[in-house]
Design a protein around this ligand. Sequence first.
Ligand code: NDP
Length: 324
Amino acid sequence: MDGKTADGKMTGGKTMDYTGMEIVNLITGKTKLLGVIGNPLSHSISPQLHNTVSRGLGIDAVYVPFLVEKGDLGAAVRGLKAINIVGFNITIPYKNEVVRYIDEVSREAALVGAVNTVKNVNGKLYGYNTDIPGFIRSFKEESGMDDLRGKRVALLGAGGAARAIAVGLAFEGISRLYIINRTRGKAADIAELINGNISPVAEYHGTSDTKIEEVLTKSDIIINATSVGMYPDVNKTPLDFPFSFLPRQVLYDVIYNPGKTRFLEEGEKQGIKVVNGLGMLIYQGIMAYEIWMGIKVPDEITRRLFEFFPGLPCREGFYGRNFH
Ligand code: NDP
């Protein structure tokens, strides 16, 4: 038996010393509760990100992971509302399903069909998608291209990340969106969503279409929103044919593990501007925090997060795909 006796002696023979014990004041009766719902969650960096922001700002809040089993999402959301949580994130696999449990969903989140951030205001749940502004802010700040109006964009991929990015870009006033995906039908769905609800700028292609090189050449921005090239498949690239980038082009990769994918490496070798997805990850978190707390997170805190977080993916056991 591994229990211990009242005088601190372990039944296994070891003696515990409690003299250094102190009252723990990290969480009190006034501490605000935040968290993330998902499954799996063990690789999520959101607890570190949000708790670092709270600590930096001196805000009395704690952010915890809530592992929710399939079929329990509705009960989990009702439970969080019942215990007066301030707000929470939703990650894989529940970003779409959660929409049905939210009282009011923002227009952008409704278009994407996915909510990653919920704020609880007096028992009413408001849903947002901060992947959209998170990507736009990261792209503009890190690429230096801060006006997207009139730009032509090639978007590789048609999964959840691509959908959020497509909606964000269309609202920014780009003039053309070429959606390229292995499964053509998924690219067609996003094109229809954009053309029917925001502006008629989208066209779609399968990855083996003969026009791919032509649309890539026309593009000012090429974005990888597939998971191709993500650890451990670091030798893969979504452009698996030789392509010469043009000096005006900017490459963005939603992947941040590795920090430089083969796709970005090839762009960099050819001397063009490349940006990875770490900024999108950090900004979606910052923007969620701003929604919950009704404050603007100072740039200095954001800058520190950019310094801290590139180190995190090197941690053993971090290599999942469920990072939020
Ligand atoms: P999804 O599973 O929804 O979509 C995956 C996409 O990748 C699909 O377009 C899929 O094509 C494509 N794909 C996967 N494998 C291959 C392959 N072997 N060849 C060609 N295409 C392939 O994933 P998400 O959209 O949620 O995530 C995509 C990536 O974005 C991941 O690496 C994820 O970590 C990252 N991400 C980063 C974020 C950030 O904040 N930086 C936020 C969210 C995601 P098909 O439709 O044909 O299957």
